[in-house]
Design a protein around this ligand. Structure first.
Ligand SMILES: *Cc1c(COP(=O)(O)O)cnc(C)c1O
Length: 370
């Protein structure tokens, strides 16, 4: 049996990503492909980078989309700033902190894991203790929005601590960017990376990243070359800067989509967008609690764009989640790791964060629970 793209049924994407992509982004992606050195494309790319500086809240010159998904940018962050033998303090309280630790080890880092229970934040005191015990630490890495648990990690205190100990702060903002404020410069973040498919509302395929001047200085002072040629920021600088030196072919049409997504964000305004996520996500969480769901993330640190909710007692999540997809065309996520089989992960991200979508989801949930 053959399948064509045109046969695929659309779904309402309310899982942990990808999030719904609006027509204006899809239409932008359907524009004619240009060459990656075409002056028009270079101008568009420069504008993408400028808009990314705005949403990251940074003046960092080295701000651009990595060719790949969020995990590629995670890899790019660590490959550049971690040298073999560097001590790397990693906050681990979910899937993505675990992944950061694993990648840092593969880069040759001596990883010190700072753990918290899934669903709880990494307390700044824990980072302080780890830095006290490991004064040689070169990098601290945490996840701003832990998509596996729905936890919003506060950053300002950790940024201050890292710098007081002469360490770089690397932050995973994949689910945060475009949904909740990231504020790279205010929080003292040296490397922030993200993805297009969460709160930016663009298909998966590019991964915004930003390196501070200090991070670039550390890369330039490396004794060993970055082990990844593809993700080496010093090589990428040749294409991004005035030289426009070929490194690899930029994913042209993905860049169109990201540009249009960022234009849409600019039209709405970042503050209005954060307020929309907060309001709509807060409403979903209240409505779920009224139906007997329990919030998995620690109170006071819940992400509005990603709700992790344990089902009322006695309900098996898998079959009900499958019915939401089959009978209502709605995709949500299940739990990962220790939370597997225990909870639902509902994303109200980017263009998906609307009252209509909350209404549609709640009505579908009420039907499958009935
Ligand atoms: C989704 C996600 C990633 C990985 O992004 P991919 O696009 O799946 O590669 C990394 N970190 C966090 C917090 C995420 O939510």
């Amino acid at each position: 049996m053959s399948i064509r793209v045109h046969d695929l049924e659309p779904r309402l994407l309310l899982g942990p990503g990808p999030s719904p992509v609006p027509d204006r982004v899809l239409q932008a992606m359907a524009r004619p492909t240009l060459g990656h050195l075409d002056p028009q494309f270079l101008q568009l790319m420069d504008d993408v980078n400028e808009r990314l500086r705005g949403v990251f809240g940074t003046k960092n010159r080295m701000t651009f989309p990595v060719s790949g998904t969020g995990s590629a940018a995670m890899e790019a962050s660590l490959a550049n700033v971690v040298e073999p033998g560097d001590t790397v303090v990693v906050g681990v309280n979910g899937v993505f902190g675990t992944r950061l630790a694993e990648m840092a080890r593969r880069m040759g880092g001596e990883v010190v894991e700072v753990e918290a229970d899934w669903g709880r934040i990494i307390e700044p005191d824990q980072i302080e203790d780890a830095l006290g015990a490991h004064p040689e630490a070169a990098v601290v890495a945490v996840v701003a929005a832990e998509t596996s648990t729905g936890v919003r990690q506060p950053l300002d205190e950790i940024g201050r601590l890292a710098h007081a100990h002469d360490a770089m702060l690397v932050v995973d903002t994949v689910t945060a960017l475009g949904g909740t404020p990231v504020e790279v410069d205010l929080n003292g973040v040296d490397v922030a990376y993200s993805g297009t498919q969460k709160c930016l509302g663009v298909p998966p395929g590019l991964a915004p990243i930003s390196f501070s001047k200090q991070a670039i200085d550390k890369v330039e002072a490396r004794a060993t070359p970055v082990q990844s040629w593809y993700l080496d920021v010093s090589l990428l600088a040749g294409y991004l800067g005035s030289e426009r030196r070929y490194h690899h072919t930029a994913p042209i049409n993905m860049m169109y989509g990201l540009h249009e997504g960022l234009v849409a964000l600019g039209e709405e305004g970042a503050q209005a967008r954060y307020a929309r996520h907060a309001r709509v996500g807060g409403r979903l969480q209240e409505e779920l609690e009224e139906r007997g769901f329990r919030m998995f993330a620690q109170e006071g640190y819940r992400l509005p764009q990603l709700t992790a909710a344990e089902l009322p007692d006695g309900l098996e999540e898998g079959p009900l989640r499958r019915r939401l997809l089959d009978e209502h065309g709605i995709e949500i996520g299940g739990g990962l790791g220790p939370a597997k089989g225990k909870l639902w992960r509902i994303g109200l991200m980017g263009f998906g964060a609307t009252d209509e979508n909350v209404d549609r989801l709640l009505s579908a949930i009420d039907q499958v629970l009935a």
